[in-house]
Write a protein that binds this ligand. Structure first.
Ligand code: ATP
Ligand code: MG
Length: 433
């Protein structure tokens, strides 16, 4: 017996019925980025493992336990990308995009993390990613958030709230880190196993703990915001002011630290209460040191990534996902002569009505069976061609969703009359008429 194959755990098939919601998100994002002057870029799904280790950080969840890393046949150590920023930065340096230039870029695609799969958390998931390189001021921090806020408006998403924080410079973070270690070390007995481990490796991540038993302790811990250097404080205050001036509400959350090492100063996260425990829908921040750390010239940068699965989940929860698109016309072909003429006729209809959707019946079938298929296709009307009509050079037109009476029209008039019936413009191309 041949084996029964299954999708890899945590990697989802997206069936045709689910795609309209995805396409809506993707189309809205594409339009939106154009409106703000962000240009699309695409980078490979696979990079040297070291790129991610160096940028995301050795002691992060992603690098410690979530990366898909393997040796290829040439013995090179590679990883499937767990996020997009590292690859974009690598590519921007490699192609000299950051030399005396500012860049507003976006990308989207599959990311891979070996996590415990659950609703809203997958091993292959998809992000839309926005990055701005070469801008140092707080104004771009506000702009990238405007982009995301407009996307929610475009998609009719209401149930999201913005949290913001500042992580300061690497220097002020080092000072804070030492204070935090001292503070938690005095309370080691109250830490869970994960946090105790992080105390030695990545103490800021303790603040990010998802263990409810740790909440109270974390609330009392020293706050990074109280240890900011003057410039970071001014940057953060101006950023908050610009957000307010843009009409974007934000809550300052001193515990927001983000899971990746490369962030500096501004960090933020859009959260929702509509998706259970997977509440982060879009997160990002400033990463002024990363380009230099990866071998480029010092270049300030900021970006965010949203999880498409979670945004689609929000659309579904709100019940605002429209039905899958259906073709407008189903061509019923009954008889050998009709079939021969019908394939050519269907092509003429597609020439005249691009975008309408013209599905021709295939594999024969009784007239009744074909009409049933026409109905199931969701088409508004059936163009019916039997051998008699084919001999006359006409086709019958039957409305599938209304009681309007059936018509019989000559082939030459079909495009124009169908266009009128469907409320469309007819395209008179080379092949029409
Ligand atoms: P979380 O706290 O939920 O693990 P994260 O901080 O790891 O999120 P980021 O690395 O900032 O997430 O990725 C940006 C966005 O990508 C998240 O806000 C989320 O919407 C989405 N995302 C992250 N991991 C997954 C996953 N495994 N499955 C689906 N979406 C994800
Ligand atoms: Mg995560």
């Amino acid at each position: 017996m041949s084996p029964k194959f299954q999708a890899i755990r945590g990697m989802k098939d997206l069936l045709a019925d689910e795609l309209p919601a995805w396409q809506r998100v993707e189309a809205a994002a594409r339009e939106l980025f154009a409106d703000y002057g962000y240009r699309e870029m695409r980078v490979p799904l696979v990079e040297q493992a070291e790129l991610f280790q160096r940028s995301i950080g050795e002691h992060t969840d992603i690098v410690e336990k979530e990366m898909y890393t393997f040796d290829d046949r040439g013995g090179e150590r590679l990883s499937l990308r767990p996020e997009a920023t590292a690859g974009l930065v690598r590519a921007a340096i490699e192609h000299g995009l950051l030399h005396n230039q500012k860049q507003r870029l976006w990308t989207s695609g599959a990311m891979f993390r070996h996590e415990r799969p659950q609703q809203g958390r997958y091993r292959q998931f998809h992000q839309i990613d926005c990055e701005a390189f070469g801008f140092a001021g707080p104004d771009i921090d506000a702009e990238v958030i405007q982009v995301s806020a407009r996307l929610w408006r475009k998609l009719g998403i209401r149930d999201v709230r913005l949290s913001v924080n500042s992580l300061g410079t690497p220097e002020s973070r080092r000072v804070y880190r030492a204070r935090l270690v001292a503070w938690f070390s005095g309370r080691e007995g109250d830490l869970d196993a994960d946090s105790r481990r992080r105390l030695g490796t990545n103490p800021l991540r303790i603040l990010d703990s998802k263990n409810p038993a740790m909440r109270a302790l974390i609330e009392e811990a020293p706050r990074l915001l109280d240890h900011l250097d003057g410039e970071s404080r001014a940057h953060f205050d101006r950023f908050l002011d610009l957000l307010a001036a843009s009409g974007i509400e934000a809550e300052v959350d001193p515990r927001l630290v983000r899971g990746l090492d490369y962030y500096t100063r501004t960090v933020f996260e859009w959260r929702t209460s509509a998706l259970g425990s997977q509440d982060a829908v879009c997160s990002g921040g400033r990463y002024d040191g990363l380009v230099e750390q990866l071998g480029g010239e010092p270049t300030p940068a900021i970006g965010w990534a949203l999880g498409i699965e979670r945004i689609v989940g929000l659309l579904q929860a709100a019940g605002t996902v429209g039905p899958p698109t259906a073709p407008a016309i189903y061509v019923v072909l009954s008889g050998e002569r009709a079939e021969r003429a019908g394939l050519a006729l269907a092509e003429r209809l597609r020439d005249a009505l691009p975008g309408a959707g013209v599905v021709a019946n295939m594999d024969g079938g009784s007239f009744k069976a074909q009409l049933k298929r026409a109905d199931r296709s969701g088409a508004e009307l059936a163009v019916i061609l039997g051998d008699d009509e084919a001999a006359r050079g006409t086709a019958a037109v039957k409305w599938l969703r209304t009681e309007a009476p059936q018509q019989e029209w000559p082939w030459d008039e079909l495009p124009r009359r169908l266009a009128a019936a469907l409320g469309r413009e007819v395209t008179t191309g080379r092949n029409d008429g």
